[in-house]
Design a protein around this ligand. Structure first.
Ligand SMILES: Cc1cc2nc3c(=O)[nH]c(=O)nc-3n(C[C@H](O)[C@H](O)[C@H](O)COP(=O)(O)O)c2cc1C
Ligand code: SF4
Length: 654
């Protein structure tokens, strides 16, 4: 047995001509690091860091196989011959660590738009995708030939670029998926109808790619186990396709997935609202049906959890995608017997999936190095004493960065516990994993020798007494009572509820002006406690930004199940005591200007807070005083990713 406490995780495995040293796969994911369709140094450094961090196998993001496939601006265009140099830079860096690297190649079919290509999108049938809403061109048999040739061409570019294998994305966003699925393939020729016909394109691509890469590269097929849509493919289809793929003897492994990228995306990159290992049943079912190695994926955050899935026979390899976005050294730390030092992914989707949706490059809420691996770390500095005020995400990150720069760091926190607003947000059961951010930061700070002092409120006298060289003020924000609330009782902030200072019951109106988890979390909590909850928001939907982190669907399911009423395009314009008790809230509907009234027992405000910057104002610019910087909400109240990045910037700049 190798790898200490793990039975199978660190045992090698053969995938056709390639041997992987362990079972941890950095499975495919878009990064938006490409420029003009070409791979970049950012790619090379990013994948190189995961190879250095011990990943058993890296599978890159998809490379487009044809000019008609350009759904995302920053996709690698594998069909250009000049991608090969960029491929070499990636594979050379990864190979330095004896890690094999495969390229995922793909045509997204109708799951795209012609916005970038200015060409019609291609699909088996003229069935528009629910997200892109563009009616595709149903491909002719001549165009099917072009598609197959495109896969072969790109596979050959990958071979020339030094990749050890090719993965065909036939799962959640792919023209192959489009052909496999009765929901999107209504053809009546030899590519439509029976499963045999619907799989014909896949089999033709497999043959062509194998011919292009020869016997020395591995070939994998990623299949969707259940599209989770009306009339879509199910596990029975996936089993039949996997068996046929195996029977033809060209493919070395099967990767798995669940959902369709543009209809049930929230299940592909599930957030913390969905249980860990939620899609493992697909790998488990396929593994029973075929002898080929099978990859299981989906919310594997912990090496022990991955090892257990292997030892229980559900999969041969485990995809750990966001887990290694958050911590490039996931595998190495597990192998070294230090799993507790892994920076656990939160499945928050804020900086990885969320930034993809915004067409920005991939990052991580708790790892400021993700995406910046090519940028050199700051060199050593003259050692200074640094006093950080506040152990929320900004303060802790500033402390970590300052300690990494070689400074002597003390953090003072007024509360008895660290975490600031993140700790508060994580008190809602369905958001509990957010607390790992605090756990991870505190652990990292501890390893770097940062001293944490709790229950100490810092004032000017304390700073004068400690006489540090530098102070980082990270005192956060505080609730700001909305103008319409006046002095009324029973109008409280979300924080009052989550921290237990208020226990609203009966009829509760939640006002959502923040558009993220604050209002929905508190509504869920209060509904669970038996309150009758209505959320009003000036936005077009409650929790507008939940769509970006793929939390919108689960929110709607919960809101429906818990009877939470959602009223949109509506703002509060007044509040007064109601006849017979309670509060009468006046609402104005934006679009019509019409007024409505609600009589409720409590109002809970998810409204903009204000910066808690008094200490910073008192300390700054003192002649002969320490250098004073500030980070996080005390600069301007924002979300946790902004706090972490700002903490890092300030701490590393001292
Ligand atoms: C930002 C992001 C982009 C993704 N893009 C792809 C992709 O291009 N191809 C693919 O097959 N899967 C893609 N995926 C899905 C992942 O391979 C994986 O199935 C999913 O993230 C669940 O694994 P995890 O919980 O370990 O993150 C993507 C995932 C993320 C987070
Ligand atoms: S942003 Fe959140 S979900 Fe994405 S990798 Fe980082 S911790 Fe995980």
């Amino acid at each position: 047995m190798s790898g200490g406490r793990y039975q199978l995780l660190f045992t090698p495995l053969r995938l056709g001509p390639v041997v992987v040293r362990n079972r941890i796969v950095f499975s495919a994911h878009l990064t938006n690091y490409a420029q003009d369709g070409r791979p970049t140094e950012q790619h090379a450094a990013y994948y190189g860091a995961r190879a250095a961090g011990g990943a058993g196998l890296i599978i890159t993001e998809e490379h487009s196989t044809h000019p008609t496939d350009w759904p995302y601006e920053k996709l690698i265009h594998g069909f250009h011959p000049d991608v090969v140099d960029g491929y070499r830079r990636i594979t050379d860096l990864v190979h330095r660590h004896d890690t094999p690297i495969f390229a995922q190649i793909n045509h997204n079919g109708g799951q795209g738009s012609g916005m970038y290509s200015r060409l019609p999108v291609w699909a088996p049938s003229a069935v528009p995708d629910p997200l892109f809403r563009e009616v595709p061109k149903a491909v002719t048999t001549g165009e099917i030939r072009d598609i197959v040739d495109g896969y072969a061409l790109v596979a050959d570019h990958c071979r020339q670029g030094g990749f050890d294998g090719i993965e065909l994305q036939c799962s959640h966003s792919s023209i192959v998926r489009g052909f496999l699925s009765p929901a999107t393939n209504v053809r009546t020729d030899r590519y439509g109808g029976s499963l045999e016909n619907r799989s014909r394109l896949l089999m033709e691509i497999v043959d062509a790619v194998r011919q292009a890469i020869g016997p020395d590269l591995a070939l994998g097929v990623r299949l969707c186990g259940d599209e989770l849509i009306e009339g879509g493919t199910t596990i029975d289809d996936a089993v039949a396709v996997a068996r046929e793929v195996e029977r033809r003897g060209q493919v070395d492994y099967i990767n798995t997935s669940i959902g369709v990228a543009t209809a049930t995306l929230y299940m592909i990159e599930a957030s913390m609202q969905v249980p860990p290992a939620y899609a493992l049943w697909i790998a488990s079912t396929l593994r029973k049906a075929v002898a080929l190695p099978v990859v299981g994926v989906g919310r594997f955050k912990d090496p022990l959890q991955a090892d257990r899935a292997l030892t229980e026979g559900h999969a041969d390899l485990i995809g750990v995608v966001r887990g290694q976005i958050a911590d490039a050294d996931f595998a190495a730390k597990a192998r070294a017997g230090e799993p507790e030092s892994i920076r656990n992914c939160l499945s928050c989707n804020q900086e990885c999936v969320g930034r993809m949706g915004l067409n920005r490059w991939l990052g991580c809420i708790e790892n400021p190095r993700t995406g910046r691996e090519a940028q050199p770390l700051p060199g050593p500095r003259a050692r200074r004493s640094v006093l950080v005020v506040g152990a929320g995400p900004a303060g802790l990150q500033a402390a970590i960065a300052a300690a990494q720069a070689g400074h002597s760091v003390d953090v003072y926190e007024a509360e008895d516990v660290p975490g600031g607003q993140v700790r508060v947000a994580a008190t809602v059961p369905s958001r509990a994993e957010l607390a790992d951010l605090v756990r991870n930061q505190v652990a990292e700070a501890g390893r770097l020798g940062v001293r944490l002092h709790y229950g100490v409120r810092v004032d000017e006298a304390l700073v004068a007494a400690r006489a540090p060289d530098a102070v980082v003020v990270a005192t956060g924000s505080r609730p700001d009572r909305p103008w319409w609330a006046g002095e009324a009782d029973r109008v409280v902030d979300v924080r009052d509820v989550l921290e237990g200072r208020a226990r609203p019951s009966g009829r509760v109106l939640v006002v959502d002006e923040l558009g993220f988890h604050q209002a929905t979390s508190v509504a869920e909590l209060l509904a669970d406690r038996g309150a009758a909850v209505e959320i009003v928001t000036p936005g077009m939907v409650v929790g507008q930004d939940l769509g970006i982190t793929l939390d919108m669907e689960t929110w709607w399911m919960k809101a429906t199940a818990k009877g939470v009423v959602q009223t949109t395009d509506t703002m509060v314009s007044g509040l007064a005591p109601a006849d017979g008790g309670g509060l009468e809230v006046t609402l104005v509907q934006h679009t019509t200007g019409s007024e409505a009234r609600r009589t409720v027992d409590w109002v809970v405000c998810a409204t903009p807070p204000r910066a808690d910057d008094e200490l910073w104002r008192a300390l700054r610019g003192r002649p002969g005083g320490p250098v004073v910087r500030r980070a996080g909400d005390c600069v301007a109240p924002r979300r946790a990713h902004a706090a972490v990045i700002e903490g890092q910037r300030v701490g590393s700049g001292l």
